[in-house]
Design a protein around this ligand. Structure first.
Ligand code: TXA
Ligand code: MG
Length: 306
């Protein structure tokens, strides 16, 4: 079992075709066995060996986005253990772009099953330090590749039906995918990738320890009053806001106003504000446009936790 950087978040990896190795991942994370894992491979040709059907849509998306932060769900071949797919007849696969992930796949010559390298329900790690904080003492090795670039988990696309569908939004948005294939959006806007019938839908996911309160620009005055009250009752407050907004929380973080820049630092910000002992995080709602789908999904998930 080895934690390693990908371009999205750090993964906790083990030989995907070895059920005993895969069991160790579930144990270390405290992950429910009904939540399937993503299999990481070195190339599209390695991916083809793990599936029963590789259609034209898979070919197009792999050519356009691999290596990169896109995961494809396809009918699985028999050699993929049931524990990897939580008993589903499908498997989620991607080719990561991070050079350390690529080197690990090359050196091991394995398909590597890897969920995010955090205890189940915690915020995903974007630095080796985050992995150590969450899983230290429970895993054998962490490869430190510094901060990850993308910052939120891959876009997950289901290709098992005639209608392709996004199961989990990410930085590769639906508009970019539509340049290559026809595809439908996530069924719900709070979308942990959810294989039918929803094994991955955990109540708490992508959630910091602090309570998260999402607010829109119109609610600014109300939020200022809530922060003043929280401060009065000795609570440590954090505000995650856009440039140009003024708020007096204990810790204020001004986020980049582009979606990719925001995604890159979102989890890092959650980790940092948790470390500073924040009780409540006031998070300004990201824009509604489709390039923000991945970010919006993660902040909504964090706010719905509890
Ligand atoms: O960017 C990422 O995807 C990171 C890095 C490490 O690659 N991995 C990651 O893994 O986020 P994890 O386990 O935290 O999330 C995997 C998601 C879950 O939402 C799971 O439900 C979904 O992928 N998934 C896995 N297998 C599936 C399947 N056969 N059908 C539908 N969804 C599946
Ligand atoms: Mg995860």
């Amino acid at each position: 079992m080895v934690a390693f950087p990908t371009e999205t978040v750090y993964g906790l990896g083990a030989n995907a075709l070895d059920a005993a190795a895969v069991a160790k991942i579930f144990a270390a994370k405290g992950r429910p066995e009904y939540n399937p894992l993503i299999v990481h491979v070195a190339s599209a040709s390695a991916a083809k060996r793990l599936v029963r059907r590789w259609d034209e849509r898979a070919e197009k998306l792999a050519a356009a986005f691999w290596p990169g932060p896109l995961t494809l769900v396809l009918p699985k071949s028999p050699e993929v253990p049931d524990s990897v797919t939580a008993g589903l007849d499908t498997v989620a696969i991607r080719v990561p772009a991070h050079p350390v992930a690529a080197a690990l796949l090359e050196a091991s010559q394995l398909a590597i099953a890897a969920p995010s390298a955090n205890r189940s329900s915690e915020v995903s790690p974007t630095r080796a330090e985050h992995v150590l904080k969450s899983l230290g003492g429970r895993i054998d090795l962490i490869l430190d590749g510094g901060a990850t670039d993308v910052g939120i988990e891959s876009t997950v696309v289901d290709l098992t039906d005639d209608v392709a569908r996004i199961l989990r939004p990410g930085v590769i948005g639906i508009d970019r995918i539509r340049e290559h294939i026809a595809i439908e959006p996530a069924a719900s806007n709070v979308g942990e990738a959810a294989p039918r019938p929803s094994p991955g839908m955990l109540d708490r996911h992508y959630a910091p320890r602090a309570v998260v309160r999402l607010f829109s620009h119109e609610e600014l005055d109300e939020v200022r009053r809530e922060i003043a009250y929280a401060t009065e009752v000795q609570e440590v407050t954090g505000a995650i806001i856009f440039p140009g907004v003024d708020i007096n929380a204990t810790h204020v973080v001004r986020m980049p106003d582009d979606a990719a820049g925001y995604a890159r630092v979102l989890y890092e910000t959650f980790h940092a504000l948790d470390d500073r002992g924040c009780d409540i995080l006031f998070v300004q709602r990201p824009p509604r446009s489709s390039e923000w789908d991945g970010v919006r999904d993660r902040v909504q998930r964090a706010a719905h936790a509890g």
